[in-house]
Design a protein around this ligand. Structure first.
Ligand code: SAM
Length: 285
């Protein structure tokens, strides 16, 4: 385990390499002492938007040169940054939070490692983790799934794919799409606990919990503003949804044994194969 650098080490020259620096997700007070020190001493700061990062640097009294970078940057631009990182310290930040978490940096880090360039992570704020710590949902296992797709079919496919994962699911979400996502979750997993963590670390921070249906109704009335993390508790934590046999019979009146087994597995968290075997029996009676 690395120990924190003593004060005296902060003014020593920074070693060459790529520094992945987390920045605040709202409250500027969340920048770490180490992050400010690295940003101050590096040669250049690669960032998504120089206006956004410029405000943070001004707040911290850092005057290091900035250079725009995202994963769509040209190979030439990336090669230039990597070339610089061989002999000088180069920092990467995103607009907010931890770079590479639904933010650029993956290609840069990958190519830096391949080129034998030193890569150092300076950890700090991350909305997914802040949301998890607020939601009060089981946190022994969690799965970060980024943004849900915008198109309905793709969104349903992703939710279906994640349905059997016995972990708290964490999504990034936007205000205009929140209600639709909650309604899709309500349809698939009516009993699972859901949390909407909004405007974390900011003035209007809130974390609202309940079933997806209740939350969809709430946000239909109270248009959600700002940035959002959406969390869904694991299937094993949801209360029983009634008699699986009755649910299976009901589903079989409308669909095939395979689809009925899938639907009841999602609603109850029960094993799909077992349900399928029982559905086939029921169908043949
Ligand atoms: N790299 C960032 C991180 O470490 O959290 C995430 C960047 S991603 C492009 C932006 C999304 O993160 C937002 O749309 C929102 O879902 C989430 N987010 C960022 N800041 C947030 C905040 N203060 N409160 C709630 N969600 C936030």
């Amino acid at each position: 385990m690395k120990t924190p650098e003593p004060e005296s080490a902060l003014s020593e020259p920074l070693e060459a390499g790529l520094y992945i620096v987390a920045t605040p997700i709202g409250n500027l007070g969340d920048i770490t002492v180490r992050a400010v020190d690295i940003l101050r001493r590096c040669e250049v700061i690669a960032c998504e938007d120089t206006r956004v990062t410029g405000k943070l640097l001004k707040h911290c009294g850092v005057s290091t040169r900035m250079q725009r970078y995202d994963d769509h940057a040209s190979d030439k631009q990336r090669a230039m940054l990597l070339d610089m990182a061989r002999s000088r310290p180069v920092a990467l930040v995103s607009d907010a939070g931890t770079p590479l978490v639904s933010d650029p940096g993956y290609r840069l880090v990958r190519e830096a490692r391949e080129a034998g360039i030193s890569v150092t992570s300076i950890p700090g704020a991350c909305a997914a983790i802040a949301g998890l710590t607020l939601a009060g949902l089981p946190n022994d296992r969690f799965l970060f799934a980024g943004f849900l797709p915008v198109k309905e079919k793709a969104r349903c496919d992703v939710l279906n794919e994640l349905g059997g994962v016995d972990a708290t699911l964490i999504f990034y979400e936007t205000g205009p799409r929140l209600e639709r996502s909650l309604r899709a979750i309500a349809e698939l997993w009516p009993e699972r606990e859901v949390a909407v963590a909004r405007e974390l670390t900011k003035l209007h921070e809130e974390c609202r919990t309940g079933r997806a249906q209740e939350l969809a109704e709430w946000y239909a009335e109270h248009s959600p503003k700002g940035e959002i993390v959406l969390l869904v508790g694991p299937p094993s934590d949801a209360p029983p949804t009634g008699d699986p046999e009755a649910l299976l019979r009901e589903a079989l009146s409308e669909m095939s044994a395979s689809k009925a087994a899938g639907k009841v597995a999602k609603a109850t968290g029960m094993d799909r194969q077992t349900l399928y075997a029982r559905a086939v029996e029921l169908k043949s009676q």
